[in-house]
Design a protein around this ligand. Sequence first.
Ligand code: HPA
Ligand code: ZN
Length: 330
Amino acid sequence: MKTWLQALPKVELHLHIEGSLEPELMFALAERNNIALPYASVEDVQAAYDFSDLQSFLDLYYLGMRVLRTERDFYDLAMAYLERAHGEGVVHVELSFDPQAHLSRGVELAVPFEGLRLAMREAERRWGMTTALIMSFLRDRDAEEAMAVLEKAAPYYEVIDAVGLDSAEMGNPPAKFAEVFERAKALGIPRVAHAGEEGPAAYISEALDVLDICRVDHGVACLEDAMLVERLRKSQVPLTVCPLSNVRLKVVETLRDHPLPTMLAHGVKITLNSDDPAYFGGGVLDNFVACAEAFDWDRDTFRQLAGNAIEVAFMPESRRQALLKQLAAC
Ligand code: HPA
Ligand code: ZN
């Protein structure tokens, strides 16, 4: 099964590029930029990645990314990830990034944009891999700051495929960002948002109603609300589920307890993604393989999941058709 899953043309829709920072690169960049890390070794870093919830992860996620200072750092980060993803049979990656987490450290907006864009172009040139860029807002900071970032990003509107919403979910409901997302909509920028990861099903409904999102990131809490499940089934709004992330952040106890099979049985449009591969135990292929082991899914199920992601990705129609053809031959 693993060989077959490897060859399946996989599309990654939910990836925080800062969450792809492997400990080895973290140390290399810390040295290059003369930044002190509170870790003695790679093993020390890995030992620290024992999370009790989303916040305990976010604390280390923001700590680790302090080593990212220059365009070259962001280029190296993205290039390392895109190369690994290519090796796993991933054919299209949508990178999300958190500009506020960099601006607050004095790293200007142009730095991540330029560095990431360079790596995205390089991946296309080298491997024919396609990519998209999602600029995410931090929901645990105020909406005015998010609005200021959106305005500041004006020179990059053409290269922003969507805006997103991430970071600490509880107590930071989608409606807090109503105006920001309304402005993005007026600018013609598509919208996605994390909802129903740690937060309740009501946050998913609110994100659909108030933020007018085209995809729900995570969304695993949807089963709490039968009417919402029916809405998701009818509308086929996709959910970017991240199984290994949910295990590591204790959203579920083990992968076998994950609601994925039930969500699928209800006809919800599911995709499988890695979220923060350096922190959660692997990339897209690892998530596919883990699900194969936990749920004993057959090839048709994986064809459907891979197909869902191709159908809803931010990519040119010609590319979509070519990938669907490639998938049908698997
Ligand atoms: N959830 C919310 N915010 C995040 C995550 C996540 O899993 N990863 C990076 N930012
Ligand atoms: Zn996420």
